[in-house]
Write a protein that binds this ligand. Sequence first.
Ligand SMILES: [Fe+2]
Length: 245
Amino acid sequence: MTYAVRASSYCYRLGEYTVTYISRRLCLKGAVGGAVTIAGQSAAASCFDFLWTDEGPFFPSDAQILDISDLTRRHPDGPIANGNIIHVGGKIFGPECKPLSGVSVVVWQADNNGQYKTARSNNDSQLDPNFLYFGRVKTSAEGVYKFTTIMPQPYVYEGLHRARHIHFELIHPDFGRITSEMYFAGRKDDARREIDEVWQSRNTRLRQNLISNVLSRKDRVSDGVAFPVDNMPAYRFDLRICPAR
Ligand SMILES: [Fe+2]
């Protein structure tokens, strides 16, 4: 299978912010909600176009990324990071909606103060010593990934208002690296996106596909994705990668 990956430059701060990122674009489809049948299985996914996004200014170096799925503490018995703990997970699909195993899923995000752990600091708050900021897992044979983290907070960087989001990068020999991001539904987040110029600059037809689904307790174990049934909110966010058209 040939994946179309081509270099493209993207200016994060349209017309003002001078750092230009060299990223790669390919056909990335998303699956949020709906239902399809995959090889006889019901999948909580429908395959429609997803939105490729840039890495942004806070992309971590590979050395910063650890193979961890729980970003909320440094040690199993250690103190917990500030903020509201959430579960994030879903499935990564390939062409024809087949789950993709062995995909490295990297996440990076702001902490409870809207701060990233990078040299390019976006506000004056102290870093949270208990929060890990980055995580990486590989998808299972069923294409499943899961993280436990804290709800990122909105932030302002270089005058840009950013709604709450988590950055994703998917890495696999078949397609290299591709980048996307996940947002949250809700009245406050909907209002924040209205003043988020990066969000507003996204493709208007596709950007709603970047919003994750918050799961009810009864939906936490479905379609081969099992979230802990605890008091922490769980968000489902699936991605489908497809050959370029
Ligand atoms: Fe961000």
